[in-house]
Design a protein around this ligand. Structure first.
Ligand code: AQP
Length: 337
């Protein structure tokens, strides 16, 4: 099915910078399938973003295919949505270059994510890391996306997207749709590290016990939750300031079971942390198992995944180059007569 002209377009992407965690799933991917009915969705595997921090090339290739398969296993229909790998559509880099010429260094150096990642990867503070937000702006503007589902951590980047769209439109005439943030259900659901609940769960964390991935098996998941850092108390109560570890586990249990936080608290009233951690681990493992099985089935069918990538590349490129041609013309790049 071709992308229509009357539904609004929605863009989102995830980096294949490691195995996808339950944080990425809860905060982003689990919402993607339902959005397909209301929007023309464009979903990307953001491999060009991933290389802004050092990646092992073989692992990056493997993670790219695994993420594509995971998207489909989580309900993204490649016939309905445009599903593609970012580097397969060079227009993303081409638009980034043009937008760099209207972006000021100060706008990029003050970005929270740049500051965080520079601190975490002090041996590799590269220009790509700084320019990461402009590549993200290009991802969104190329598809004239009206909506971008964003978590709290990405709000600053969406603000930059809006600023650059308006700046370009004012300078060269109407060209880009100015996108709005799409607030997801449970948008506050930020999953924290199991080893340090003051930090968000990240797939690139050096400590593998800090995160649970969508490819972990049941024993691994249960073991990781058993080891999760909590506090010296015994009451299962939601209180992020006083009990960040337990509150994080409650958020996860709520997200995977659909039970309200209050009901979760009631369920474990009078029970110890051990019982609670086991229940969280089992609930997550049971929810992850069918997705993991479907992902494995898809990964065994390379021909199908190649076909999806080819189809996605063609459909994404058609949309992207329509915008890029307009941009080049407006800026005054000579396109021939
Ligand atoms: N801990 C989290 N809780 C809720 N949502 C999260 N997201 C990431 N971590 C959490 C959401 O997942 C989407 C995809 O993220 P990304 O891969 O593009 O980059 P990221 O936010 O930098 O994710 P990671 O796991 O922390 O990756 P690394 O370690 O490579 O930097 C986004 O929508 C994000 O909000």
């Amino acid at each position: 099915m071709e992308i229509s002209e009357n539904k609004q377009k929605l863009f989102s992407a995830v980096q294949p910078s490691g195995a996808i965690t339950i944080g990425n799933y809860i905060g982003a991917i689990r919402n993607f399938a339902a959005l397909q009915d209301r929007y023309d969705c464009i979903y990307a595997v953001a491999d060009l973003h991933a290389i802004t921090v050092r990646q092992d090339p073989a692992a990056l290739r493997k993670n790219t295919l695994a993420l594509l398969a995971l998207f489909i296993a989580c309900g993204i229909d490649p016939q309905k949505s445009v599903l593609f790998v970012q580097s397969h559509v060079p227009a993303h880099c081409e638009l980034t270059w043009v937008l760099n010429t209207i972006t000021y260094p100060g706008e990029l150096s003050r970005m929270t994510q740049f500051k965080d990642k520079s601190a975490r990867h002090a041996d590799n503070v590269n220009m790509g890391l700084m320019d990461y937000p402009v590549l993200m702006v290009s991802d969104i503007l190329l598809y004239q996306a009206a909506c971008v589902p964003v978590g709290e951590d990405q709000k600053q980047h969406l603000e930059l997207t809006r600023d650059l769209a308006v700046r370009f439109n004012n300078r060269y005439g109407p060209t880009f749709t100015v996108p709005e943030p799409y607030i997801l259900k449970d948008s506050g659901a930020r999953v924290m590290s199991l080893a340090d609940p003051s930090r968000k769960m990240s797939k690139s964390d050096e400590n593998a016990n800090a995160f649970v991935t969508m490819t972990d098996d049941k024993d691994t998941i249960v073991r990781k939750f058993k080891r999760a850092v909590t506090d010296s108390g015994s009451e299962v109560r939601y209180d992020p300031a006083a009990k960040p570890g337990i509150s994080n586990l409650l958020t996860i249990y709520h997200a995977f079971t659909g039970k309200s936080i209050a009901d979760c608290e009631k369920e474990f009233a009078g029970k110890g942390y051990g019982d609670f951690k086991l229940a969280v681990g089992e609930a997550v493992a049971d929810a992850v198992a069918p997705i993991r099985a479907e992902q494995a089935r898809l990964l065994a069918d390379k021909a199908y995944l190649q076909e999806v990538m080819k189809g996605g590349r063609e459909r994404a490129a058609r949309l992207a180059y329509r915008t890029l041609a307009k941009v080049y013309r407006k800026v005054g790049l000579y396109m021939g007569e």
